[in-house]
Design a protein around this ligand. Structure first.
Ligand code: NAP
Length: 248
Protein backbone atom coordinates (compact mmCIF):
# COMPACT_ATOMS: atom_id res chain seq x y z
CA UNK A 1 0.00 0.00 0.00
CA UNK A 2 1.35 3.44 -0.87
CA UNK A 3 0.54 6.52 1.17
CA UNK A 4 0.44 9.97 -0.38
CA UNK A 5 3.23 12.31 0.75
CA UNK A 6 2.19 14.62 3.58
CA UNK A 7 1.43 18.11 2.29
CA UNK A 8 3.59 21.10 3.12
CA UNK A 9 1.94 23.22 5.79
CA UNK A 10 2.15 27.03 5.85
CA UNK A 11 1.03 29.56 8.44
CA UNK A 12 0.27 32.95 6.86
CA UNK A 13 -0.64 35.78 9.22
CA UNK A 14 -2.75 38.66 7.94
CA UNK A 15 -4.27 36.34 5.34
CA UNK A 16 -7.69 38.03 5.15
CA UNK A 17 -6.69 40.61 2.53
CA UNK A 18 -3.84 42.34 0.74
CA UNK A 19 -0.40 40.74 0.64
CA UNK A 20 -1.19 37.90 3.05
CA UNK A 21 -4.24 36.83 1.07
CA UNK A 22 -2.28 36.86 -2.19
CA UNK A 23 0.50 34.79 -0.61
CA UNK A 24 -2.00 32.31 0.83
CA UNK A 25 -3.53 31.79 -2.61
CA UNK A 26 -0.13 31.45 -4.28
CA UNK A 27 0.91 28.83 -1.71
CA UNK A 28 -2.38 26.95 -2.19
CA UNK A 29 -1.80 26.92 -5.96
CA UNK A 30 1.58 25.35 -5.18
CA UNK A 31 -0.13 22.49 -3.30
CA UNK A 32 0.53 23.81 0.21
CA UNK A 33 -2.08 23.48 2.99
CA UNK A 34 -2.54 27.05 4.23
CA UNK A 35 -3.24 27.90 7.86
CA UNK A 36 -4.72 31.38 7.43
CA UNK A 37 -4.73 33.73 10.42
CA UNK A 38 -6.49 37.10 10.72
CA UNK A 39 -9.30 38.67 12.75
CA UNK A 40 -11.96 38.97 10.01
CA UNK A 41 -13.75 35.63 9.89
CA UNK A 42 -15.89 36.44 6.83
CA UNK A 43 -12.84 37.33 4.75
CA UNK A 44 -11.08 34.15 5.88
CA UNK A 45 -14.14 32.13 4.79
CA UNK A 46 -14.04 33.77 1.36
CA UNK A 47 -10.35 32.86 1.12
CA UNK A 48 -11.22 29.29 2.11
CA UNK A 49 -13.81 29.11 -0.69
CA UNK A 50 -11.28 30.39 -3.20
CA UNK A 51 -8.63 27.90 -2.06
CA UNK A 52 -11.16 25.03 -2.33
CA UNK A 53 -12.00 26.29 -5.82
CA UNK A 54 -8.31 25.81 -6.68
CA UNK A 55 -8.50 22.23 -5.38
CA UNK A 56 -6.54 23.15 -2.24
CA UNK A 57 -7.19 23.05 1.49
CA UNK A 58 -6.99 25.63 4.23
CA UNK A 59 -7.40 25.83 7.98
CA UNK A 60 -8.79 29.09 9.30
CA UNK A 61 -7.54 30.73 12.48
CA UNK A 62 -9.70 33.76 13.34
CA UNK A 63 -7.48 35.38 15.92
CA UNK A 64 -6.00 38.69 17.03
CA UNK A 65 -2.20 38.68 16.75
CA UNK A 66 -2.10 40.55 20.05
CA UNK A 67 -3.72 37.55 21.77
CA UNK A 68 -0.40 35.96 22.68
CA UNK A 69 -1.93 33.03 24.58
CA UNK A 70 -3.83 32.13 21.40
CA UNK A 71 -0.51 32.12 19.49
CA UNK A 72 0.86 29.63 22.04
CA UNK A 73 -2.23 27.47 21.61
CA UNK A 74 -1.84 27.64 17.84
CA UNK A 75 1.67 26.14 18.04
CA UNK A 76 0.33 23.31 20.20
CA UNK A 77 -2.59 22.68 17.83
CA UNK A 78 -0.28 22.56 14.79
CA UNK A 79 1.96 20.11 16.64
CA UNK A 80 -0.97 17.84 17.47
CA UNK A 81 -2.29 17.84 13.92
CA UNK A 82 0.90 17.73 11.83
CA UNK A 83 3.93 17.58 14.14
CA UNK A 84 5.69 20.12 11.91
CA UNK A 85 5.36 23.43 10.11
CA UNK A 86 7.09 23.95 6.75
CA UNK A 87 6.40 27.65 6.14
CA UNK A 88 5.77 30.66 8.35
CA UNK A 89 4.94 33.99 6.71
CA UNK A 90 4.97 36.79 9.29
CA UNK A 91 2.92 39.25 7.28
CA UNK A 92 0.07 40.56 9.46
CA UNK A 93 0.70 44.12 10.53
CA UNK A 94 -0.69 47.55 11.22
CA UNK A 95 0.39 51.02 10.14
CA UNK A 96 -0.40 52.70 13.43
CA UNK A 97 -0.61 56.45 13.85
CA UNK A 98 1.17 58.74 11.39
CA UNK A 99 2.08 61.52 13.76
CA UNK A 100 5.10 63.07 15.46
CA UNK A 101 6.67 60.72 18.01
CA UNK A 102 5.97 63.15 20.80
CA UNK A 103 2.24 63.02 20.02
CA UNK A 104 1.81 59.25 19.75
CA UNK A 105 -0.73 57.88 22.22
CA UNK A 106 0.89 55.17 24.35
CA UNK A 107 -2.00 52.79 23.60
CA UNK A 108 -1.36 53.17 19.85
CA UNK A 109 2.38 52.65 20.36
CA UNK A 110 1.76 49.46 22.35
CA UNK A 111 -0.63 48.15 19.72
CA UNK A 112 1.86 48.64 16.85
CA UNK A 113 4.66 47.00 18.79
CA UNK A 114 2.38 44.13 19.90
CA UNK A 115 1.12 43.31 16.40
CA UNK A 116 4.19 44.10 14.26
CA UNK A 117 6.93 42.88 16.62
CA UNK A 118 5.89 40.93 19.72
CA UNK A 119 3.40 38.72 17.88
CA UNK A 120 6.12 37.64 15.45
CA UNK A 121 8.45 36.86 18.34
CA UNK A 122 5.70 34.92 20.14
CA UNK A 123 5.12 32.97 16.93
CA UNK A 124 8.84 32.18 16.58
CA UNK A 125 8.75 30.97 20.18
CA UNK A 126 5.66 28.87 19.56
CA UNK A 127 6.61 27.54 16.11
CA UNK A 128 10.38 27.04 16.31
CA UNK A 129 10.27 23.29 17.17
CA UNK A 130 7.75 22.72 14.37
CA UNK A 131 9.87 24.57 11.80
CA UNK A 132 12.93 22.56 12.80
CA UNK A 133 10.88 19.34 12.57
CA UNK A 134 10.02 20.18 8.95
CA UNK A 135 13.58 19.55 7.79
CA UNK A 136 13.14 22.48 5.37
CA UNK A 137 11.45 25.21 7.43
CA UNK A 138 11.03 28.42 5.46
CA UNK A 139 10.32 31.73 7.24
CA UNK A 140 9.66 35.09 5.61
CA UNK A 141 8.88 38.28 7.51
CA UNK A 142 7.29 41.10 5.53
CA UNK A 143 9.16 44.30 6.25
CA UNK A 144 9.03 47.79 4.77
CA UNK A 145 11.37 50.33 3.26
CA UNK A 146 10.33 52.53 6.19
CA UNK A 147 12.63 50.44 8.42
CA UNK A 148 15.82 51.38 6.67
CA UNK A 149 15.46 54.57 4.69
CA UNK A 150 18.68 56.56 4.72
CA UNK A 151 16.73 59.73 5.46
CA UNK A 152 13.92 58.81 7.81
CA UNK A 153 10.54 60.29 7.00
CA UNK A 154 8.86 62.24 9.79
CA UNK A 155 5.61 60.92 11.31
CA UNK A 156 6.12 57.24 10.47
CA UNK A 157 7.88 56.56 13.81
CA UNK A 158 5.92 53.67 15.38
CA UNK A 159 5.64 51.76 12.08
CA UNK A 160 9.28 52.37 11.02
CA UNK A 161 10.60 51.47 14.47
CA UNK A 162 8.50 48.29 14.58
CA UNK A 163 9.78 47.17 11.18
CA UNK A 164 13.40 47.92 12.16
CA UNK A 165 12.86 45.74 15.25
CA UNK A 166 11.30 43.02 13.08
CA UNK A 167 14.39 43.09 10.85
CA UNK A 168 16.71 42.67 13.85
CA UNK A 169 14.55 39.76 14.99
CA UNK A 170 14.68 38.10 11.57
CA UNK A 171 18.48 38.47 11.45
CA UNK A 172 18.78 36.98 14.92
CA UNK A 173 16.50 34.04 14.12
CA UNK A 174 18.36 33.41 10.85
CA UNK A 175 21.65 33.26 12.78
CA UNK A 176 20.15 30.90 15.35
CA UNK A 177 18.81 28.47 12.75
CA UNK A 178 21.71 28.68 10.28
CA UNK A 179 22.72 25.02 10.66
CA UNK A 180 19.27 23.53 11.27
CA UNK A 181 17.68 23.45 7.82
CA UNK A 182 15.54 26.51 8.54
CA UNK A 183 15.92 29.65 6.41
CA UNK A 184 14.70 33.04 7.65
CA UNK A 185 14.33 35.84 5.14
CA UNK A 186 12.91 39.35 4.99
CA UNK A 187 10.87 40.57 2.04
CA UNK A 188 10.25 44.23 1.25
CA UNK A 189 7.21 44.54 -1.03
CA UNK A 190 7.58 48.26 -1.71
CA UNK A 191 4.37 50.22 -2.37
CA UNK A 192 1.53 47.82 -3.28
CA UNK A 193 -2.19 48.30 -3.92
CA UNK A 194 -3.62 47.38 -0.49
CA UNK A 195 -5.77 48.88 2.23
CA UNK A 196 -2.74 49.73 4.36
CA UNK A 197 -1.10 51.65 1.52
CA UNK A 198 -4.35 53.55 0.85
CA UNK A 199 -4.52 54.41 4.54
CA UNK A 200 -0.93 55.72 4.46
CA UNK A 201 -1.26 57.58 1.14
CA UNK A 202 -4.93 58.55 0.71
CA UNK A 203 -4.21 60.94 -2.17
CA UNK A 204 -2.42 58.34 -4.28
CA UNK A 205 -4.06 56.66 -7.28
CA UNK A 206 -3.98 52.93 -6.36
CA UNK A 207 -3.98 52.01 -10.05
CA UNK A 208 -0.42 53.37 -10.30
CA UNK A 209 0.77 50.68 -7.85
CA UNK A 210 1.79 47.08 -8.40
CA UNK A 211 -0.49 44.42 -6.94
CA UNK A 212 -0.05 42.02 -4.02
CA UNK A 213 -0.52 39.17 -6.52
CA UNK A 214 2.59 40.25 -8.49
CA UNK A 215 4.60 40.33 -5.27
CA UNK A 216 3.25 36.96 -4.11
CA UNK A 217 4.29 35.25 -7.35
CA UNK A 218 7.91 36.40 -6.81
CA UNK A 219 7.90 35.74 -3.08
CA UNK A 220 6.78 32.12 -3.51
CA UNK A 221 10.33 31.04 -4.41
CA UNK A 222 11.54 32.02 -0.91
CA UNK A 223 9.03 29.56 0.57
CA UNK A 224 9.96 26.42 -1.37
CA UNK A 225 12.11 23.54 -0.05
CA UNK A 226 14.58 24.38 -2.86
CA UNK A 227 15.26 27.85 -1.41
CA UNK A 228 18.66 27.89 0.33
CA UNK A 229 19.43 31.54 1.15
CA UNK A 230 18.92 32.79 4.69
CA UNK A 231 19.53 36.04 6.55
CA UNK A 232 18.91 38.11 3.43
CA UNK A 233 16.32 40.62 2.27
CA UNK A 234 14.37 40.21 -0.96
CA UNK A 235 13.59 43.69 -2.31
CA UNK A 236 10.62 43.46 -4.68
CA UNK A 237 10.92 47.00 -6.18
CA UNK A 238 14.44 46.21 -7.46
CA UNK A 239 13.95 42.40 -7.67
CA UNK A 240 17.26 41.99 -5.79
CA UNK A 241 18.48 39.94 -2.86
CA UNK A 242 20.34 42.06 -0.32
CA UNK A 243 22.52 41.25 2.67
CA UNK A 244 20.25 43.32 4.89
CA UNK A 245 21.93 46.42 3.50
CA UNK A 246 19.74 49.49 3.30
CA UNK A 247 18.00 49.79 -0.08
CA UNK A 248 18.18 53.30 -1.55
P1 NAP B 1 -3.64 45.22 4.75
O1 NAP B 1 -4.33 45.06 3.46
O2 NAP B 1 -4.09 46.25 5.70
O3 NAP B 1 -3.65 43.78 5.47
C1 NAP B 1 -3.17 43.64 6.77
C2 NAP B 1 -3.46 42.22 7.22
O4 NAP B 1 -3.01 42.09 8.59
C3 NAP B 1 -4.94 41.90 7.19
O5 NAP B 1 -5.14 40.57 6.79
C4 NAP B 1 -5.35 42.07 8.65
O6 NAP B 1 -6.43 41.19 8.95
C5 NAP B 1 -4.08 41.61 9.36
N1 NAP B 1 -4.03 42.15 10.71
C6 NAP B 1 -3.90 43.42 11.10
N2 NAP B 1 -3.95 43.53 12.44
C7 NAP B 1 -4.13 42.27 12.91
C8 NAP B 1 -4.29 41.73 14.21
N3 NAP B 1 -4.27 42.49 15.29
N4 NAP B 1 -4.47 40.39 14.32
C9 NAP B 1 -4.53 39.61 13.22
N5 NAP B 1 -4.36 40.06 11.97
C10 NAP B 1 -4.19 41.39 11.82
O7 NAP B 1 -2.10 45.51 4.54
P2 NAP B 1 -0.98 44.94 3.55
O8 NAP B 1 -0.49 46.09 2.76
O9 NAP B 1 -1.41 43.70 2.88
O10 NAP B 1 0.15 44.63 4.63
C11 NAP B 1 0.70 43.35 4.86
C12 NAP B 1 2.13 43.51 5.36
O11 NAP B 1 2.90 44.14 4.33
C13 NAP B 1 2.25 44.38 6.59
O12 NAP B 1 3.19 43.82 7.48
C14 NAP B 1 2.77 45.70 6.04
O13 NAP B 1 3.51 46.40 7.00
C15 NAP B 1 3.64 45.22 4.90
N6 NAP B 1 3.92 46.22 3.84
C16 NAP B 1 2.93 46.66 3.01
C17 NAP B 1 3.26 47.58 2.02
C18 NAP B 1 2.22 48.09 1.04
O14 NAP B 1 2.52 48.99 0.27
N7 NAP B 1 1.04 47.56 1.01
C19 NAP B 1 4.56 48.07 1.89
C20 NAP B 1 5.55 47.60 2.77
C21 NAP B 1 5.22 46.66 3.74
P3 NAP B 1 -7.68 41.55 9.88
O15 NAP B 1 -7.94 43.01 9.80
O16 NAP B 1 -8.76 40.68 9.29
O17 NAP B 1 -7.27 41.09 11.25
Amino acid sequence: MTSSPSPRIALVTGASRGIGRALALELARDGVHVVALARTQGALEELDDEIRGLGGEATLVPCDLADFDALDRLGAALFTRWGKLDIFVGNGGVLGPLSPLAHVDPKDWDRVVAVNVTANWRLIRSLDPLLRASGAGRVVFITSGAAHRATMKPFWGPYAISKAALEAMARTYAAETASDGVTAMLANPGPLRTRMRAQAMPGEDPMTLRTPEEFAKKCLALLTPQWRESARLYDFPTDRLMDFRAPA
